[in-house]
Ligand binder design. Structure first.
Ligand code: SF4
Ligand code: SF4
Length: 477
């Protein structure tokens, strides 16, 4: 028998008059909750220690947005690594699709930071200060009358300290732990922008876990909205077995032939998004398994086998053949192998430096007093290596001319970019049809060399080079 579907409900967190319906879920510490807690604590430890870890002399993860440099597992990616970044993002997206097709919203219930910190940090503190669901509901009523209980105030104070800690840890991923420590030690007056960023992040975390809560999953997170296309009938979901549970009936009202559901409501009371899983698969369900834990406890009390609410699939629950192999389970891994394989190949083939040769600012060339033609080159060198290097530039194909570089070689720190200005002087006669090709060779003295062919421009007709020092328009693009 299929479970009845709720009608007329817009959001579980909204009362009919449009006001906020606060969800105060009752804890169900069953077998899934114990496992989820272990996973959550492990993830928290990983999150806290990553900013302190280094690999190849670089931070393990550093997402430097202002400089547009992303260091992941000791490798730094720059905006010029478009292909690499595109393949990495594509791999992550396909990986999410695959994970959802196989295991449903396992990310939401077990690993999403919103769930992990809400259910295993903020909610336990709330229960400690307010005395569980009934205590919180009492404080809610007082709050509605304009009274703020001192215990709730104390909870907010602890939340603020936690939000500060989480905000600092979060920002360490974007600015690096060294800069973060420097910010913390110095007066906010000395670095007002970073202080404001920190204050804003702390406020956002505080508001999210104190007030917005489950609404992040219900109305803000796009992943929840994708579920209708990411899940199929064979995907693993947390589901109520209507065949076994219906018709539900409670206590003394129980009738002959009634299902196993005793309509106790424990699965609803424990749900952190406030839904009734017996209404079927819903977008609001984050697959946290709290209802499964609650129901298993009830089943054990009434002497029935556990699993009335369990991990299953819509196909399995409706008696259809369970098909492990289906198009999306084949196509997603194939696409993932291509995207991630391409990423790995591009990563392996990536050079330890990124060289871009550009034309100098201003006129494309100038004719000097001695009749020679001068080109200005700007050579942008990005050092991807974890070590500092001195990059020396030489030119091939400038004889009988000369190359002048105010600073050659030029030192470039790890992950840094430097620009070297180079002037190339060539007799006008060396230009044919207004151009002369040279090879720009760059070497770091530690085994890396690269060569870039560059087109110098000059007068199209050398005999009519014009008066000395006169800058010419580039003859053609
Ligand atoms: S219905 Fe169950 S699995 Fe879904 S969010 Fe609620 S408690 Fe978690
Ligand atoms: S906890 Fe189990 S028995 Fe109780 S209402 Fe939910 S599904 Fe029915």
């Amino acid at each position: 028998m299929t479970a009845p579907v709720a009608v007329g409900r817009v959001l579980p967190t909204m009362n009919e008059d449009g006001s906020r319906r606060w969800i105060r879920p009752k804890l169900s510490p069953g077998k899934f909750w114990v496992r989820r807690r272990a996973v959550a604590y492990a993830l928290m430890v990983i999150f806290f220690i990553i900013p302190y870890l280094r690999m190849n002399g670089m931070p393990l993860v550093l997402l430097d947005l202002p400089l547009r440099r992303f260091t992941i597992l000791g490798s730094t990616f720059f905006p010029t690594d478009t292909l690499l970044l595109m393949l990495l993002v594509l791999s992550i997206l396909i990986g999410i699709f695959l994970m959802t097709a196989l295991a449903g919203r396992v990310w939401c219930g077990w690993a999403c930071p919103q769930t992990v910190y809400m259910e295993f940090v903020f909610r336990p503190i709330e229960r400690l200060f307010e005395g569980g669901r009934s205590g919180s509901m009492r404080f809610d009523r007082e709050h509605a009358r304009g009274q703020l209980h001192p215990r709730r105030l104390a909870k907010y104070a602890v939340y603020l300290v936690l939000s500060l800690f989480l905000a600092h840890t979060f920002l360490a991923y974007f600015v690096g732990i060294d800069r973060l420590v420097m910010w913390v030690r110095r007066s906010p007056v000395e670095h007002p922008t970073s202080f404001l960023v920190m204050a804003f992040t702390t406020a956002a975390i505080m508001v999210d876990f104190t007030w917005f809560r489950e609404q992040t999953c219900l109305v803000a997170c796009p992943y929840g909205r994708w579920q209708s296309v990411l899940l199929d009938r064979q995907s693993l979901i947390v589901a109520y077995d209507g065949n076994r549970g219906e018709p539900r009936s409670r206590g003394r009202e129980r009738v002959e032939g009634a299902g196993d559901c005793i309509d106790c409501g424990a699965c609803v009371l424990t749900c952190p998004t406030g839904i009734d899983i017996r209404d079927g698969l819903q977008m609001e369900c984050i697959h946290c398994t709290q209802c499964a834990d609650a129901c298993d406890a009830i089943m054990s009390r009434v002497g029935k086998p556990p699993g009335l609410i369990r991990y299953s699939s819509r196909a399995a629950l409706e008696g259809e053949r369970v098909r492990r192999l289906r198009p999306r389970v084949v196509l997603y891994p194939a696409a993932l192998s291509l995207a991630f394989g391409g990423f790995l190949v591009a990563l392996i083939l990536r050079t330890p430096a990124d060289i871009t040769v550009m034309r100098g600012l201003g006129a494309p060339f100038a004719v000097e007093a001695d009749g020679r033609v001068a080109n200005q080159l700007r050579i942008k060198i990005t050092n991807r290596d974890p070590q500092s290097h001195e990059y020396a530039v030489s030119l091939e194909g400038v004889e009988p001319g000369a190359m002048i570089a105010p600073q050659n070689p030029i030192p470039v720190g790890p992950g840094r970019t430097a620009i070297m200005d180079v002037f190339v002087m060539l007799p006008a006669a060396e230009f044919h049809d207004g151009e002369h090709r040279v090879t720009v060779r760059i070497a770091d003295g530690a085994g890396y060399t690269d060569a870039v062919t560059y087109r110098l421009v000059g007068p199209e007709h050398p005999d009519a080079a014009g008066p000395p020092h006169e800058s010419k328009k580039e003859p053609r693009s």
